[in-house]
Design a binder for this molecule. Structure first.
Ligand SMILES: [Zn+2]
Ligand SMILES: [Zn+2]
Length: 680
């Protein structure tokens, strides 16, 4: 144990092929089965932390490699254990340790030979019996069990390492890899349902195949009779016959990769058992990994035109199409899109306002008037005037204002003299100053101040007696309007001889009362409430108009055009996020089938003055068309007929597909249209 834990210097190989470590152990090495890689060693990469570095030294005398080759069971187990941990690191490179790959091949190759013997002689029964069956019947010796685990661990290391590009390229270059994988698929695939170890072994092999598949070109179908040269039949058997989900998925993916290589397309078969499995699995929408493998295989299979044509007459074709369209619908994520279609509106304040000079209210006057001087003067200036650098007031106006306001309070607080009042301006407003503007006429002004302003509602307190024709001016508050109504309109009505009828004359009001006493309280209801206006008239509520030219408070409010609604929104379902990639693959399969179904020139829209024609269809002249129709087999026509029928069948389902991508959505629309046109 201390060998594994202690980071002592790496053992070195002595000339005699024994490890001459620092006195720890010395064991003869097994003769190397393959010469170390002659390839130049890539520059060292740090695979893990410093503690690990010692184990990953890129030399043929690497500690792990030596242990692996030692043949000592505990050493091999330790080395594999360590490699299993290292191989998940993406910087782990098999080529960094020359000879490691070859050493790792030994155990899986032993496993394959051991397991695929036609039959071994069982010690107990003296009968020829297959190892897998023997496993099921009798307990395996610990020694064999350990070796099998070594084999599985070695494969596991390959499988994890092959995820990185560099390792995959290394493995793909070695004939041993392909031989091991192909033979394992051929010989072990019948055993996966009886032996878990075989299933694991095969799964690792398929996953290694995923990484090295890109440059595997299979011999043409006629020459693939000899075992170990064509993995497709084994993979198809695994995909269709296995009950192991991982193996089904891995097999379908491996088949997809293999068939995708154009030169391997000839290996596609209309009667492929994997095709049946893929179609069956399409219904499992929730198992996205299985669905992805299945739809991916289907797409790869149908990418070869003869397979597409053949698939159109497949009895499961309409159901497949429906499942694929259904998947896109199930996976799409709709959300409510909102369009604001409000008509343009023009806002204007409820009442027109204008600025008037601020006047002290009764209570303000009472409060300020009784203050002692000069506080009264200061307070008065602050309230009734404001700083305005460009404005001026005349000194007479200024003094008169003061005098008129505060003369009634003379008994409680003596008035200041005019010169003092004017002088005080400088105390309250620093920039203001009294000056004489040269004439003629000479003017005595105070520059830098102006009267405080306040907003008043224009026309809000207007008398509308005599059907809105009363000539009275605008009042600034309800009290004035009340007074006006009382004296100018109601009193004459009360004292009229002979008494007239007591009908309210306010604007369009038609109220009629028996006596003036009954009419009076009614008329008060027409006086606008002060509380209906906001205190701060700069924040008056706005009212909407249909056009900019309209004014509020028109003489004929009933003739006003109906203003648009505050907001008119149209809500409709729209695609939210983009569909998952599986849905896009499904769409590609649908598209492939569509193109095949509507491929014949007769069915496709022709390019003419109004149409662009059908994409991908080359317009032919009459002679060529004749030639084509001669060679068109009846089966192909039947396939297209069935394909079109299937598209008519799914068009309602397809109408509910919403995709954000406009180009893809155009595909959907085209297929829906074709379904509708085909139905007519
Ligand atoms: Zn009036
Ligand atoms: Zn009235």
């Amino acid at each position: 144990m201390n060998i594994r834990a202690a980071p002592s210097p790496a053992p070195v190989v002595a000339a005699g092929g024994t490890i001459a470590g620092p006195g720890i152990y010395s064991v003869p090495l097994k003769a190397p089965q393959a010469a170390p890689q002659a390839r130049p060693v890539p520059p060292l990469q740090v695979t893990t932390d410093d503690y690990e570095r010692w184990y990953t030294e890129p030399s043929p005398s690497n500690r792990m490699l030596l242990s692996l080759r030692s043949g000592i069971d505990s050493e091999v187990a330790w080395s594999l254990n360590r490699l299993c941990r290292l191989c998940v690191n993406e910087q782990f490179l098999l080529a960094n340790i020359p000879g490691l790959t070859d050493a790792l091949f030994e155990w899986p190759e032993w496993f394959l030979d051991e397991y695929s013997k036609p039959g071994s002689s069982s010690k107990t029964t003296r009968m020829k019996i297959e190892p897998a069956v023997e496993d099921a019947l009798f307990s395996v010796s610990p020694d064999v069990k350990r070796r099998r685990r070594h084999a599985l661990e070695s494969l596991f290391i390959f499988r994890n390492a092959s995820i990185s590009e560099a390792n995959a390229a290394d493995l793909a270059m070695m004939p041993r890899t392909r031989k091991l994988v192909f033979n394992a698929l051929d010989r072990l695939s019948p055993l996966i349902n009886t032996s878990d170890e075989c299933a694991e072994f095969v799964l690792h092999c398929i996953e290694i195949l995923h990484s090295i598949v890109r440059n595997i070109i299979l011999p043409p179908p006629s020459r693939t009779q000899e075992p170990g040269t064509n993995p497709i039949p084994a993979l198809e058997r695994l995909a269709s016959g296995s009950s192991n989900r991982s193996i089904i998925i891995a097999s379908l993916i491996a088949l997809t990769h293999l068939v995708c290589i154009p030169k391997n397309a000839l290996h596609s078969s209309t009667s492929s058992p994997a095709l049946t499995t893929a179609i069956r699995n399409l219904a499992l929408y929730n198992d996205s990994a299985l669905f992805e493998a299945s739809v991916g295989f289907l797409y790869a299979h149908l990418s070869y035109p003869p397979m597409t044509k053949a698939f159109l007459v497949h009895p499961d074709m309409p159901a497949t199409l429906r499942l694929l369209v259904g998947y896109i619908v199930a996976e799409q994520n709709e959300e409510d899109a909102v369009i604001d279609v409000s008509a343009p509106r023009h806002l204007a304040p409820v009442v027109k306002t204008r600025s008037v000079n601020y006047e002290l209210t009764g209570s303000e006057l009472e409060k300020i008037g009784t203050l002692p001087e000069p506080e009264r003067c200061y307070k008065w200036m602050k309230t009734m005037y404001m700083a305005a650098p460009d404005k001026e007031v005349t000194q007479v106006e200024f003094w008169t204002n003061y005098k008129e306001l505060f003369t009634p309070f003379q008994d409680r607080s003596t008035l200041l003299v005019a010169s003092d009042v004017i002088k005080n301006v400088g105390t309250v407003y620093a920039q203001a100053q009294a000056m004489v503007l040269p004439g003629p006429p000479q003017r005595f002004v105070i520059r830098g101040i102006s009267r405080s302003q306040k907003e008043v509602a224009e026309g809000y307190y207007k008398c509308q007696w005599d059907r809105s024709t009363c000539e009275s001016t605008n009042f600034t508050n309800p009290d004035e309007l009340y007074e006006h109504l009382k004296t100018a309109h109601l009193e004459p009505l009360a004292s009229a001889e002979p008494p007239g009828d007591f009908t309210c004359s306010w604007s369009t009001c038609q109220h009629s009362a028996e006596s003036i006493d009954r009419l009076r309280p009614h008329v008060w209801t027409h006086i606008p409430l002060r509380s209906a206006l906001p205190v701060d008239l700069t924040h008056i509520p706005k009212v909407a108009f249909a056009s900019k030219t309209e004014q509020h408070l028109t003489p004929t409010p009933t003739a006003r055009a109906t203003p648009p609604a505050p907001q008119t929104r149209v809500t409709y379902p729209a695609p939210g996020r983009d569909p998952p990639s599986n849905a896009l693959t499904a769409l590609l399969v649908i598209r492939t089938l569509f193109r095949a179904s509507f491929a014949s020139v007769e069915a496709a829209p022709r390019a003419d003055a109004d149409h662009f024609g059908f994409p991908g269809v080359v317009e032919e002249n009459d002679e060529m068309e004749l030639a084509v129709s001669d060679t068109d087999s009846e089966a192909e026509k039947e396939g297209e007929r069935r394909g079109r029928k299937a598209f008519i069948g799914v068009r309602h389902l397809m109408e509910s597909i919403r995709l954000r991508d406009t180009a893809l959505m155009a595909w959907i629309m085209e297929m829906v249209d074709a379904g509708i046109n085909g139905a007519q």
